[in-house]
Design a protein around this ligand. Structure first.
Ligand code: 5GP
Length: 217
């Protein structure tokens, strides 16, 4: 199903859709479902110094880089934001963001609250921030364990970090509780649809309305 809402001749501004949650709350699954349902959204691929996990792919899940390369990205101003998470650095490359905005396409970010905060001053008018909460901490821990890619110590750290991440929920415009993934997807699609319909997002409207009712009005 393609829920594309652009119509020929009516340009719109691309949205920057930030999806944050503690790890294990279902963010990656939700992001994947949204991308499949909507061809106008692309996913931002972050750079990180964290080691690759089994099943992850270079330049698909992340651009896995070493410290020297991350230093270079910062120095050469190639990141729109970056932050330290679990002792590793994560950052959003600037070029795909600029390209998406220029083309009037939306770009989605799986980044934490530190990243969302940094995007605000530069992209505030394009920014849509969504926070995904787990239904309970017990369920969150169960999901983290089901992944089984992390050691016991790492799971403990992630639960701690989850509580920290959740404490920033009120900095987001939209907050969803992930009881049911399909229900969440419906709500995120409704949010995106409403954001695209905002007057400020529809850059071609002036010309469209001028044609509609004539220049005299
Ligand atoms: P993970 O290591 O589990 O893939 O990600 C850990 C955390 O880092 C997640 O909360 C994720 O949202 C966050 N993250 C991933 N990429 C970025 C990024 O480019 N910038 C920021 N600020 N956070 C990121």
């Amino acid at each position: 199903m393609d829920l594309s809402e652009a119509s020929p001749g009516r340009r719109r501004r691309g949205l920057l859709i930030v999806l944050s949650s503690p790890s294990g709350a279902g963010k990656s699954t939700l992001a994947r479902m949204l991308l499949e349902a909507d061809s106008e959204i692309t996913m931002s691929v972050s750079a990180t110094t964290r080691p690759m996990r089994p099943g992850e792919r270079q330049d698909v899940d992340y651009h896995f880089v070493d410290d020297a390369e991350f230093d270079r990205l910062i120095q050469e101003n190639e990141l729109v934001e970056w932050a330290m998470v679990f002792g590793y650095r994560y950052g959003t490359p600037k070029a795909p963001v600029k390209a998406a905005l220029k083309a009037g396409r939306d770009i989605m970010f799986d980044i934490d609250w530190q990243g969302a905060r940094q995007l605000e001053p530069d992209f505030g008018e394009h920014l849509v921030t969504i926070f995904l909460l787990p239904p309970s901490m017990t369920e969150l821990e169960r999901r983290l364990r089901a992944r089984a890619t992390d050691s016991e110590q790492v799971i403990g750290e992630r639960m701690q970090r989850a509580a920290d991440e959740i404490s920033h929920w009120a900095e987001y415009e939209y907050v969803l509780v992930n009881q049911d993934m399909n229900a969440c997807l419906d709500r995120v699609q409704a949010i995106v649809s409403a954001e695209r319909a905002k007057r400020s997002s529809q850059t071609g409207l002036n010309a469209f309305v001028r044609d509609l009712i004539g220049p005299a009005h």
